[in-house]
Ligand binder design. Structure first.
Ligand code: C2E
Ligand code: MG
Ligand code: MG
Ligand code: MG
Length: 281
């Protein structure tokens, strides 16, 4: 019997769904192995003062090149890590590795002593792992003080269990950590919870910065975020600054710090250290 057009379509759809499920599983398996083997690396992107150009901190960003030489997109393997629970070991590794790099820089001289490192923390990791224990352990292992570590959280992390998040952030703050709200403006933060939680930094999402110069709406949003953060006694970092004109405009609006290709791409540890030495000389 001839198959109908519709059933052929349904079959093709099922085949594709199965293929993509297999691909996901293969990626999960490879990622698990990469984490176990220590094949992930971190790059460090400088966050610079917009007035002086000096480095204030770095953001650590995970990179994964698999055994076939394929470089996976962070947004993709982080999603797979979140869906599979691998974000817990990956997230622990990122904090340990970033602090180890900074401890190494500290031993080379005093250039890095006042510089913080920011590590991204997934909402799933916040739910599943005990972050205060993870941080306490990582600080002890590296010998670094909590003032040197910044955690970048997203708005979605705070929505699910606000009371538990408040307790966790307070416990983290007791180590001297800095808490940053990443991609700010893209989620829907409850402004009251923003004010109640111990958040130090708002990071203005790249989508408002890209193409900002010719766009009154984007400039209006950036202004609104800047005045919100001032009112709440927070500082602001603009993400995705690709042009110096944008950095100048942001400085004029009262934004103090930013990151983006106009300053530097995410760099490997050695290049990041050299960038710091040159910039902050
Ligand atoms: P994010 O935390 O918002 O990081 C900023 C992203 O913007 C990075 O993408 C960075 O490379 C990119 N970027 C920086 N400057 C510019 C610029 O001037 N122009 C443009 N177009 N892009 C710029 P990346 O490294 O691909 O990471 C993507 C996302 O993956 C991160 O967004 C973060 O949410 C997640 N991620 C990366 N590493 C980790 C990690 O170790 N743990 C967790 N939980 N998430 C991570
Ligand atoms: Mg980030
Ligand atoms: Mg961001
Ligand atoms: Mg982002």
């Amino acid at each position: 019997m001839k198959k109908s057009k519709a059933s052929k379509k349904a079959e093709a759809y099922q085949t594709r769904a199965l293929d993509s499920a297999r691909a996901e599983f293969a990626m999960e398996t490879a990622l698990r192995r990469a984490i176990e083997n220590g094949d992930l690396t971190l790059r460090y992107q400088p966050i610079c003062n917009l007035a002086s150009g000096k480095v204030e901190s770095f953001e650590a960003l995970a990179r994964w090149t698999d055994e076939h030489g394929v470089q996976h997109q962070p947004t993709e393997f982080i999603r797979v890590a979140e869906e599979s629970g691998l974000i817990v070991p990956l997230g622990r590794w990122a904090i340990d590795a970033a602090l180890a790099t900074f401890a190494g820089w500290d031993r080379r001289g005093d250039a890095s002593h006042a510089i913080r490192v920011g590590v991204n923390v997934s909402p799933i990791q916040l739910q599943r792992d005990s972050m205060p224990d993870v941080v306490e352990h990582a600080l002890a292992a590296s010998g670094m003080s909590g003032e040197r570590l910044k955690l970048e959280l997203t708005e979605s992390a705070l929505i699910a269990e606000p009371a538990r998040m408040a307790r966790m952030l307070t416990a983290l703050k007791s180590f001297g950590l800095t808490i940053a709200m990443d991609d700010f403006g893209t989620g829907f933060s409850n402004l009251a919870s923003l004010q109640k939680l111990p958040i130090d930094v708002l990071k203005i999402d790249r989508s408002f910065i890209t193409g900002m110069l010719g766009d009154r709406d984007k400039i209006a949003i950036v202004r609104a975020i800047l005045s919100l953060s001032q009112a709440l006694n927070m500082s602001t970092v603009a993400e995705g600054i690709e042009m110096h004109e944008v950095a100048q405009t942001l400085a004029g609006l009262g934004c103090t710090a930013g990151q983006g290709y106009a300053f530097a791409q995410p760099l490997d540890a050695e290049d990041a250290y050299r960038f710091l030495l040159t910039r902050n000389r």
